[in-house]
Ligand binder design. Structure first.
Ligand SMILES: NC(=O)c1ccc[n+]([C@@H]2O[C@H](COP(=O)([O-])OP(=O)(O)OC[C@H]3O[C@@H](n4cnc5c(N)ncnc54)[C@H](OP(=O)(O)O)[C@@H]3O)[C@@H](O)[C@H]2O)c1
Length: 346
């Protein structure tokens, strides 16, 4: 008889870029990543909005699913539009929910917030890459997870797989985060870098879309909503705030002209979209603004798709974490890292 631990049974909601990359790494490329050795996942359900739903309590053949979606653009023939995902969470037997649906600012993080709430309520662990749950309902969901004695993990929600929350929770144990500043939206950083090379805003945006960096509807990036959501997540999780993206002061990078970028360059500076939060008058002030930095400043050196986050704490001088040209594999790693953390306790 084998002593190997039983695999964690996962229900996956959303099977787009991130879901597929996680599945490719785990089920097709596993041999290349020996560090994932302890992680055994059995997928018992996958639901998408328009690409089908599959349920199999005995475990889904994930190689077949990946082949099918690459071939047909669907995971199954079943129509998903009317599937009540909250009911699916209630009625399916699983150990961990992978919430990988899209962020909705307009719907205040729903339906992802409802999915996470339902799973935690049922006493199931949750791993999500979606910013919505922490940007709109962190305090409630974290409390629910504690009450139900399960984990609510979201490392890839900010800076993909870079260990932002792991750093603050584990490596900086005992430090209180008093503020942060960061370049956290790759699309706008890429646009500003291209404008510095002389490209007009609209062309730089088209190039970002062509490379698959910007979202199909890029307003979330351009108008600062993605950055505001990340600012809200960091504020709520690291600074015990209770803000939403609507509370974050915000500007649009569309207001920056090529002459603004070039004037900054003449001064020896670079313009960046910066997310910030800090304590102010007993409350918290959070913002997404365009700031100018001397070219030798660590923030100015983060070009293209790169990201940087500086954490200001009470016990340590500022700590910076820099991410150079992240890809989807970085995001998938954040999800896998959370699953590995669960594998220790599940
Ligand atoms: N891409 C990145 O590098 C990255 C990095 C960090 C965080 N994230 C976050 O990770 C999440 C997934 O990103 P992604 O790039 O994989 O997005 P994506 O490619 O757009 O895929 C989203 C998936 O969620 C499904 N979906 C959306 N709304 C749904 C709903 N209401 N009910 C059921 N299914 C729904 C979509 O269904 P259809 O297939 O039918 O459209 C699709 O399968 C997002 O919240 C994103 O913000 C992404």
């Amino acid at each position: 008889m084998s002593n190997a631990p039983a695999p964690m049974r996962a229900l996956i909601l959303g099977f787009g870029n991130v879901g597929k990359r996680v599945a490719e790494i785990l089920f097709e490329e596993r041999d290349r990543f020996p560090g994932l050795g302890a992680l055994e996942l059995e997928v018992v359900g996958i639901a998408t909005r328009s690409r089908g739903v599959i349920l199999d309590p005995e475990g889904i053949d994930m190689r077949e699913v990946l082949e099918r979606i690459r071939r047909d653009g669907r995971i199954s023939d079943s129509v998903a539009r009317n599937t009540d995902l909250t009911a699916l969470i209630r009625e399916t037997s699983f150990d961990v929910l992978l919430e990988l649906t899209s962020l909705s600012i307009e719907r205040k993080g729903s339906p992802a917030v409802d999915h996470v709430r339902e799973a935690l309520w049922r006493g199931k662990h949750v791993v999500t890459a979606n910013k919505g749950p922490c940007a709109f309902a962190y305090r409630e969901l974290e409390r629910l997870a504690r009450e139900r004695d399960v984990r609510f993990l979201f490392e890839s929600a900010v800076m993909d797989g870079a260990p932002v929350f792991g750093l603050a929770r584990r490596a900086l144990l005992g430090c209180s985060v008093e503020g942060f500043a960061g370049i956290l939206n790759s699309t706008t950083n890429f646009i500003l870098s291209q404008m510095e090379e002389g490209m007009e805003f609209a062309d730089a945006l088209s190039e970002a879309q062509r490379r698959g960096v910007a979202e199909a509807d890029p307003r979330h990036d351009v108008d600062g909503w993605d950055a505001a959501a990340k600012t809200a997540v960091l504020s709520n999780v690291l600074m015990d705030a209770e803000v939403t993206p609507f509370d974050v002061e915000r500007v649009s990078v569309a207001d920056v002209s090529i002459s603004d970028v070039q004037a900054a360059a003449k001064r020896g500076e670079r313009l960046k979209v910066v997310c910030r939060a800090g304590r102010l008058h007993g409350g918290l002030h959070a913002s997404v603004n365009i700031e100018s930095f001397p070219v030798s400043h660590p923030f100015a050196l983060v070009q293209g798709m790169g990201n940087i986050l500086e954490l200001q704490t009470d016990l340590m001088a500022p700590i910076r974490i820099v991410q150079t040209e992240p890809t989807l594999t970085d995001t998938a790693y954040g999800v896998l890292r959370d699953l590995l953390e669960l594998a220790d306790v599940a």
